[in-house]
Every structure is written in C-alpha cells, then in structure tokens.
Design a protein around this ligand. Structure first.
Ligand SMILES: [Fe+2]
Length: 345
C-alpha cells in the first residue's frame, strides 16, 4: 500500500482507503480499481493524495484510530454543525455527543493506535476533514497525557468544533485565492472569538470546550490571538488543539502551499517549542501521530527499501520493496537490529 499524490497514481492501481465526500458519505470504497474516469473525476474534484495498492499487491488493512463508519459520521456531524451555526440555529448536541462517544470508545479501545496522515481532502471537504483530524489527534495527545474520559470528552468536543466560528467570516475572504490583506487577516482571526460565542451559547456544553475553540490560536510566548495569552494562562485543551491544528495543517496540501511530511512537521513543532508550543504537548504528539505513516517508502539501516504497512506505539510493520527479502514483512520494535534511516516518498 502506498500513500501517493494523484499525479503518481495510474489506472492499474486499486484504492486502499475510502474517499469521503463533504457530507461524510463514502464516494469511493476501498478495493475499487481506479479507472481513468475515476481518476479524472478525482482530479477535477481537486483531491491531492490517496492510499492505493500497486498492481498485483496483496490487499491488507491497517490499524486506524477510527472505523470508516465513525469517520463518516464525524464528518457529517461537523458539516451539520457548521450549517446550523451559519443559520444561527442551535447545534444538534445529541448528534455531536453521540459521535464523540463513538470516537472515544474506538480510540480508548486500542491504547497503542496512532494517527496516520489522512490528507484525503479537497477544497470542499477540507474544513470538515481537518476538524475530524484535529479531534482525533487532540484525543490521542490527551490520552498520552493521561486525561480521564470526561476530560477527553470536553477536549474532543472543543477540538471537533474548534473552527466553528469560521461561519461568521465573510465567505469571499475565505474563498480568496491570493494573499489576504491585513484587514482581511484580522477578520479571519476573529473566528476563534466567534466560535467561543457560538459554543458558549449552548449551555449543555462544557465551558471548557468553548474555551478550547477560543484559545486554539494562542501561542506560549503571547504571539497568538485573540488575547495574546502566554503559556501559563492558556488552558491545556487550548495548547493541545494548537498543536493538533498546526500538525494537520502542515501535513495537508492546499492551493497556496505544499504539504510537508509528518516527521518534518513534528521537527518543526519541536523547533518552535517552547516559544510557540508547549513542549510536553509536542512530546505527546510524537506518541500520537505516526512519524512514518502507513504507505511511506523508507530506507532501512540495511540499505533495503521498505513500505510501512502498519504502525502502533509499539512497533512498525514494514514490507521490503527491494533486495533479496522483497515482499517479506518485518516488525521493527525499539530493540530491533534494523532501523528506519529516512523516508524516501
Ligand atoms: Fe482556527
């Protein structure tokens, strides 16, 4: 299985992970042969990356934090929440609570699960899939920091809806392809305050979930917004979502910027801590997100190349793609004689 950009995918490959539409429904299921028509359509729809099997490659599943069904329901729930918020209606909190419970059930049932890159986004569903990714990564970070389930729930709700306030920003500014003027940027920056107001108006929600949305752009040295709070005044949930949000944004391809690899994003976040990000939270991210996600091609210390086929906090399973052991599997654990030297693609 490979994680490839659409330009590298050819007609003889098979889809390995489903493609979700912006309503959470599966547009293309895994196992589908990527015909010319599908590929053209996906290109038109502006998808960037897909998980695929190479021709004649054995199909196998890998461990993911969420089932496809829960991922779809989470996307749907974010979309419904954004539509309701646009109309200034109350969110369907039963739906949000139900989906957060599923997310927590699935993540907590598998204590060694890691987040793989899921940049299967296009411009239409970016916001919804990004929100779901930020929720998954934040929950995994919270798990690693030892938060109890009730706390994880407050965090996960705030993370899923962290950008809800975007519905209050002028859509023309959000759709603008080029650089924003300072005034437009100031307007966009107001989304965290708007998000807080929207979430705070729903009394059944924890005030801490609302504060999570409020603080997700604050930075440790006071250079963030809206308040310019410094580390000691930023709530742990705000610090966690700041890291998860930046991580998913860095590893996502956008019209105006290229995606960077997971290990590069983690290095960047480490470099920017403690100034911008809380080092403990960044450290917890390294046990939450796969440094070499499933589908990456890596160079091993033996000189052989291999593809990462599964990953957990305990081990990385690779399949050799060169050398005499080609196609054989190998489990890399901390004390294994073989190491990953670097990522090749
Ligand atoms: Fe934001």
């Amino acid at each position: 299985m490979r994680y490839l950009s659409l330009d590298e995918i050819t007609e003889d490959m098979v889809l390995a992970r489903p493609v979700f539409g912006n309503d959470g429904r599966i547009l293309l299921s895994n196992g589908v042969k990527l015909s010319k028509t599908y590929l053209e359509r996906l290109k038109q729809m502006d998808y960037n990356y897909l998980y695929v099997y190479l021709p004649d490659e054995k199909q196998m599943d890998f461990t993911a934090p969420l089932s496809d069904q829960t991922t779809g329901e989470a996307i749907q729930s974010v979309k419904d929440s954004f539509i309701k918020a646009t109309k200034r209606q109350h969110l369907d909190l039963n739906q949000v609570n139900k989906v957060i419970d599923y997310i927590l059930d699935e993540i907590l049932a598998n204590p060694t699960v890691l987040f793989n890159i899921m940049d299967l986004k296009n411009h239409n569903n970016y916001c919804y899939l990004h929100s779901v990714n930020v929720c998954i990564v934040s929950t995994l970070i919270g798990r690693n920091l030892g938060l109890a389930r009730d706390k994880l729930k407050e965090l996960a709700v705030g993370a899923l809806l962290h950008d809800l306030g975007m519905v209050c920003i002028d859509p023309e500014i959000l759709a603008k392809p080029g650089r924003l003027t300072e005034k437009e940027m100031d307007n966009v920056k107001e989304h965290s305050k708007y998000g807080f107001d929207l979430l705070r108006s729903m009394r059944q929600l924890s005030v801490l979930s609302a504060h999570t949305a409020y603080q997700h752009h604050e930075r440790e040295d006071g250079s963030g917004y809206p308040k310019g709070l410094t580390g000691k005044d930023i709530h742990l949930y705000g610090k966690i979502v700041a890291v998860a949000d930046s991580y998913d944004a860095m590893t996502s391809q956008r019209v105006y910027k290229k995606a960077i690899w997971s290990h590069e994003a983690i290095e960047k976040l480490k470099k920017e801590s403690p100034e911008k990000y809380d080092p403990e939270v960044v450290e917890a991210l390294t046990g939450a997100a796969a440094i070499y996600p499933v589908g990456s091609v890596v160079m091993l210390s033996t000189g052989e190349q291999a593809v990462v086929v599964d990953i957990s906090t305990k081990k990385i399973t690779v399949q050799f793609s060169s050398g005499s052991r080609i196609n054989a599997f190998y489990e890399l654990e901390t004390d294994s004689p073989i190491r990953i030297e670097r990522r090749l693609s």
